[in-house]
Design a protein around this ligand. Sequence first.
Ligand SMILES: NC(=O)c1ccc[n+]([C@@H]2O[C@H](COP(=O)([O-])OP(=O)(O)OC[C@H]3O[C@@H](n4cnc5c(N)ncnc54)[C@H](OP(=O)(O)O)[C@@H]3O)[C@@H](O)[C@H]2O)c1
Length: 277
Amino acid sequence: MITGATSVYGIIGNPVSHSLSPVFQNRAYDYLGLDAVYVPFLVQPDGLVGALEGLSRLGVKGVNVTVPFKELVVPLLHELTEMARQMGAVNTIQFNGDHWVGTNTDGDGFWNAMMDLGVSSEATCGIVGSGGSARAIAMGYASRGGKKLRMLNRTLEKAHRLKRDIQLWYPLLDCEVASIGDVGVLQGCDLVVNTTSVGLGGGSQGLMDMGWVNHGQMVGELTYGAPSEWLEAAKARGGVPFNGRGMLLHQGILSIEFWTGKRVPMGVCEEALRGIF
Ligand SMILES: NC(=O)c1ccc[n+]([C@@H]2O[C@H](COP(=O)([O-])OP(=O)(O)OC[C@H]3O[C@@H](n4cnc5c(N)ncnc54)[C@H](OP(=O)(O)O)[C@@H]3O)[C@@H](O)[C@H]2O)c1
């Protein structure tokens, strides 16, 4: 029951109506016995400053941040965790009165999901794409002691920029970048993740030649609907597939912990999404 004492959390983005975070976050608060509710807030592209000010003034305790605001919120916050500073992006804000703190749980969310699948941080990692999620996964990898990273991107300069940024924090990381056609660098990677926004709605088949896939190699993508043509092609070559569901849930679990200090079991969040996807 919502009362005057109920704490409000949410997610800001545009679009935001597709988000599954409200489904498992609200179940998590019930499980944890918290008097709290989680709601989606659609924010217009030119309305970010006003939205944060309004949420804070209305006593909202915290929000997740999704596309297109993860980087735009950074200069508006009063404090960033080290992970948020490394990534230059925030997916979780805590409003402590007039003091707003940002962190980023995407990288740890991804790697916690990989640990569930038995992948260790010793694994050699290949990342296709160099956008925001690639940055989170790469920084998360290096922060956990990962040693060997391979990154491919359509826009090669962006991959080089990401490599430079990572090596500022982790100079010993063995990091090689290539354009998306140079798939040979993925050979021998224990794990390859496709972080590009290509895939949903088709079109991913021509993304790259798939000759690099080895039998038993972990190969996955960050979307969590039906598998893309890219993932189907990797499966056909013996790759062990995964999708973005684990990352979605783990980043949310870490956000809840950041806000409340309480940790909800993965099974509770998975159960909330059963039958939805
Ligand atoms: N499961 C989760 O919890 C989770 C979390 C975060 C994101 N995601 C998903 O991950 C995906 C990427 O998100 P993001 O925030 O990283 O996006 P982003 O910052 O916009 O980056 C998009 C990436 O896709 C590449 N790309 C786009 N169109 C392409 C094409 N036609 N051919 C080749 N490469 C192309 C871009 O390459 P260029 O640099 O060349 O443009 C860039 O590397 C989205 O589908 C998002 O929904 C899932």
